[in-house]
Design a protein. Structure first.
Length: 229
């Protein structure tokens, strides 16, 4: 029987501290293939992140942003993390999962969609774009990285209205005119970050564990260090 994914609830944590924890966990799994797969669930202090790209136009006027900016090892444009948003970092060995980064992305999407179904939110994928959407409004962002087929980074699910304000100072994901939404705005009852974390915990093994069957799975892709939010 495949080992269960170990899930850790970290509470509210600074982005730099969570990144250091991810780096340490990835390094451990690279050096020790028997180390357990992990899913870190948390809430960040307010921060903007952007991939290592020369085009930082999605930050707009970076010097005037109300919160710090972190440049990290993922692709893509700017996003916001902060209170009222659930962040999940799956640190998984993708080798026994077919070394398929796109399959990993589908698993994260399936996980988020399962939680939306449970909460009565009519969310879906959107052709040609990452993340989870309610119509034309973006509910959750996804951005992953891999190192020697160990995954890092992950998803950000907007839960309460509190997290929406931070997006107003940037062009989220570099998509002009995109509107961000949250579980609370879409009618999810009892929408708190901790409640959504518990819902994620309940579906994680089914959607991310070994042997999970995902919708929209693609053929195997070569390793990449990033996939944009």
């Amino acid at each position: 029987m495949a080992r269960a994914i170990a899930i850790r609830w970290l509470g509210r944590i600074a982005f730099a501290d969570a990144l250091a924890m991810q780096e340490a966990c990835v390094a451990e799994k690279i050096s020790d293939p028997t180390a357990p797969d992990l899913l870190l669930l948390l809430e960040h202090e307010p921060v903007y992140t952007i991939g290592r790209t020369p085009d930082q136009s999605s930050l707009r006027d970076a010097a005037r942003l109300p919160h710090p900016v972190e440049i990290i090892n993922r692709g893509g444009q700017a996003t916001y993390h902060g209170p009222g948003q659930l962040v999940g970092y799956p640190i998984l060995d993708l080798r026994p999962r077919g070394r398929d980064l796109h399959l990993h992305l589908r698993g994260i999407e399936d996980l988020l969609l399962a939680v939306c179904v449970r909460c009565g939110v009519a969310a879906a994928r959107r052709e040609g774009l990452t993340g989870i959407w309610v119509g034309a409004k973006k509910l959750a962002s996804i951005g992953v990285g891999v190192r020697r087929w160990i995954s890092m980074h992950g998803f950000a699910l907007n839960v309460t209205h509190e997290c929406i304000e931070g997006f107003h100072a940037i062009t989220p994901c570099g998509i002009g005119g995109v509107e961000m939404t949250c579980m609370e705005a879409e009618g999810a009852s009892g929408a708190t970050v901790r409640a959504m974390a518990r819902a994620i915990e309940g579906a994680a093994q089914r959607c991310l564990g070994l042997g999970a069957c995902h919708t929209g799975a693609s053929q195997a892709a070569p390793p990449r260090c990033d996939v944009p939010f």
